[in-house]
Design a protein around this ligand. Structure first.
Ligand code: AP5
Length: 214
């Protein structure tokens, strides 16, 4: 199954994509995680991406589309994948369509996790991300077993640079201007399913599996 996760920053795309990927045994591909790994490793791509990410802006399409096309061409994606954070603009969605059409494939479902802006800012200030494996926690809704330490790999948990309130406001603005139009794009294709992302995490997860017919 080929899936896309849509939703505002902090809607819960990463949280749910990780669980759905495990349930369906398909790779979870997060462009945000790929960029953060490149920043951590000091690559050229990471240096370029950081300048945009720290301001809450999108990394340019030309740095993003080929990276995803290469990733989904790998063997582990032959049985499907979940894209988390891509596409984020109409040109990215068209580029993805082109790559899939050339392979005689298409996106099965675009899962839109719907959360109003008011809920986003408080969610983001409570999020903690692992510097080692990228796992995501929330100090109130999904705390780690030991404060400040990742359950999976034991590395430190931090507040992401772009989760500071002023940057979150920019990210929300960018989302409404550039990413929200994708909801219409996938609705017209008959691939859109929407779930209420304000529900507790387990309920959001069950709702997504239900929409996927699982
Ligand atoms: P990216 O990492 O993709 O960030 P994002 O889309 O802004 O999404 P987030 O990771 O912030 O949130 P999420 O929806 O995954 O929520 P999460 O599950 O963590 O991108 C970062 C940056 O990289 C972008 O700003 C851009 O610069 C660049 N970039 C990435 N992809 C790009 C692309 N394609 N093109 C251009 N630029 C790109 O949940 C959030 C918090 O809420 C967590 O603490 C979680 O525990 C908690 N939570 C989750 N669900 C619930 C719930 N149901 N109830 C209560 N709390 C919950």
């Amino acid at each position: 199954m080929k899936l896309i996760m849509l939703g505002a920053p902090g809607a819960g795309k990463g949280t749910q994509a990780a669980r759905v990927a495990e349930a369906l045994q398909i790779p979870h591909i997060s462009t945000g995680d790929i960029f953060r790994a490149n920043i951590k490793n000091g690559t050229e791509l990471g240096k370029k991406a950081k300048a945009y990410m720290d301001q809450g802006k999108l990394v340019p399409d030309e740095l993003t589309c080929d990276l995803v096309a290469d990733r989904i061409a790998k063997d582990d994606c032959s049985g499907g994948f979940i894209l988390d954070g891509f596409p984020r603009t109409i040109p990215q969605a068209e580029a993805l369509d082109k790559v899939l059409t050339e392979r005689g494939e298409k996106i099965d479902f675009a899962v839109n996790i719907d959360v109003p802006d008011e809920a986003i800012v408080s969610r983001m200030s409570g999020r903690r991300a692992c510097v080692g494996c990228g796992a995501t926690y929330h100090i109130e809704f999904n705390p780690p077993k030991k404060e400040g330490i990742c359950d999976n790999c034991g590395a430190e948990l931090i507040l992401r640079e772009d989760d500071k309130p002023e940057t979150v406001a920019t990210r929300l603005k960018v989302y409404h201007e550039q990413t929200q139009p994708l909801i219409d794009f996938y609705e017209k294709k008959g691939a859109l399913v929407t779930v209420d992302g304000t529900l507790p995490m387990d309920e959001v997860y069950k709702a997504i599996l239900g929409k996927l017919g699982k």
